[in-house]
Write a protein that binds this ligand. Structure first.
Ligand code: CA
Length: 219
């Protein structure tokens, strides 16, 4: 999963990016509304964390313009909790709303919920045959026994499982699993897939030649 954080306070931006990355996401940052809008429109993010009070283009305007082309889930950050701001945010197409100062654990929990909802997955646990994925704890088990995955392997498994039954292209995986600073070596994805198959069974991920990868739905 790849998240964009738009926040003009440098310390807060850095700490949010760190927290989001430690939670296993690829994450890009933007320090003002213009850069935030450009990135949100240019890349396929799974969620955007958007501060309202930004220099240049304000968060409200970023949201309004983004909604003309994209339905990316947006979590608004605001310094004040007023009913008017909340209504304006939700009416403007925001998916959630958090008032500063907030606990970073709450931000991460809300992000996970937003990403699940956008994949039409209300339950935090996904089941694919003998494999169970707990998206809240970010753990995976096979036949009831926990399997240790690297952060990147987990992200790949979760992304495919959230899109189970659909073929996910390599391009989409690169866009959703790597941030802008990472080099995307073309064989890296195959290495991760190969390692996941060793841990969760070869049949867990199907290769669709020329198209991408698929986790078949078993429900
Ligand atoms: Ca701000």
């Amino acid at each position: 999963m790849r998240v964009l954080v738009v926040e003009d306070e440098p310390d807060l931006l850095a700490s949010l990016l760190q927290a989001v990355r430690e939670d296993g996401y690829a994450a890009d940052g933007a320090a003002d509304g213009e850069e935030g809008l450009y990135k949100a429109e240019s890349f396929e993010y799974d969620a955007v964390v958007l501060d309202i009070m930004l220099p240049g283009i304000a968060g409200w305007e970023v949201l309004r313009r983004l909604r003309k082309s994209k339905a990316t889930p947006v979590l608004l950050l605001t310094a004040r909790d007023t009913v008017r701001d909340r209504v304006r945010g939700l009416d403007g197409g925001a998916d959630d709303y958090l008032v500063k100062p907030f606990d970073v654990e709450e931000l991460l929990a809300r992000l996970r919920a937003l990403i699940r909802r956008s994949a039409s997955q209300a339950q935090p646990t996904l089941r694919i045959g003998p494999v169970e994925i707990d998206t809240a704890a970010r753990t995976v088990s096979l036949h009831g026994r926990e399997v240790v995955l690297t952060a990147r392997e987990y992200s790949l498994v979760e992304y495919l499982a959230l899109h189970q039954g659909k073929v996910v292209t390599r391009t989409a995986l690169y866009e959703h699993l790597f941030d802008e600073n990472e080099s995307s070596l073309s064989n890296l994805l195959d290495v991760h897939v190969s390692n996941i198959r060793k841990k969760l069974g070869h049949e867990f991920i199907t290769t669709r030649r020329g198209h991408g990868y698929c986790v078949e739905s078993t429900e």
